[in-house]
Design a protein. Structure first.
Length: 275
């Protein structure tokens, strides 16, 4: 059923300076451009005002993967500490260290020590906990006590996908920001930057397929682009769907037509014959 498609016009690249596909594939932590900066501009501006006025509170950033919550908190850390970021920031992935020991040892030891803020804009240290919703309940209660004890000299940034798995006692001590899935416009524009940077051959249909299958997850869109590029020189709509194991929209429409308009036995035979 996968028939050759007509020649499509290639995507016109965006004009801004883009990151490389390598940086984008690795999570955009080192790239200058970030899709979340425009997609969640209100959140970015609010956090920026809090940091600039020295009123930064503990933060809880939550939302689906690939929407910019981790990139946002890392951008904040770079702004606050610059080259001293490695001294002033403790970054942990709570899905790797889920238990109470990491709170009592690594986090408490970091929060209790004197900060070495040579040249940093802020003397307050920052603890970043990615995937905080993976922490055990005991670890979360222990973290709450650490937050209360060291609020004077340490701020905590919690990042999670499912905010309902974070205990209310932690939520109430943080300013919460929800990162919604990126809309199609922002995903499309970011992909154009990457396509231009890597000089990829991506027809319009291929770009639309990438946007459609990403479901607002920028990381997923980049991963699909990367894997499709490795399998096919031209990243067409058909190549994207074949690489991800998804049926083409035209095939779904054809199958739906048979099931709705043909006798059941005939429609089943048609489906078997063409798949």
């Amino acid at each position: 059923m996968y028939k050759p498609h007509q020649q499509q016009h290639s995507v016109k690249p965006a004009t801004d300076t883009p990151p490389t596909l390598q940086n984008a594939f690795l999570g955009s932590k080192n790239s200058v451009l970030n899709p979340s900066l425009s997609a969640h501009r209100d959140i970015i501006e609010t956090i920026d005002r809090l940091a600039s006025s020295n009123r930064l509170s503990h933060l809880l950033l939550y939302g689906p993967p690939g929407t910019g919550n981790t990139s946002t908190i890392l951008a904040l850390a770079r702004k606050l500490y610059g080259t001293q970021m490695h001294n002033m920031v403790l970054e942990l992935n709570a899905s790797d260290d889920r238990g109470i020991d990491v709170v009592r040892q690594q986090i408490q030891n970091f929060a209790s020590t004197q900060s070495m803020s040579f040249g940093a804009k802020s003397a307050v240290k920052l603890v970043l906990l990615d995937e905080a919703d993976a922490m055990t309940k005991d670890a979360q209660f222990a973290l709450r006590r650490v937050i209360e004890k060291y609020t004077r000299n340490t701020r905590f940034g919690l990042i999670c996908n499912n905010v309902n798995k974070v205990i209310p006692a932690l939520q109430s001590r943080c300013t919460r920001f929800r990162f919604a899935p990126l809309d199609a416009v922002h995903v499309s524009e970011w992909l154009k930057h990457v396509i231009e940077a890597e000089r990829l051959d991506v027809p319009e249909g291929g770009l639309k397929a990438l946007v459609r299958l990403s479901n607002g997850d920028m990381r997923k869109a980049i991963n699909i682009l990367q894997s499709t590029h490795m399998a096919s020189q031209q990243i067409t709509e058909e190549a994207v769907y074949l690489c991800t194991g998804n049926p083409l929209p035209n095939d779904i429409e054809q199958i739906s037509y048979w099931l709705l308009n043909e006798p059941f036995t005939i429609s089943c035979k048609l489906v078997d014959r063409n798949i």
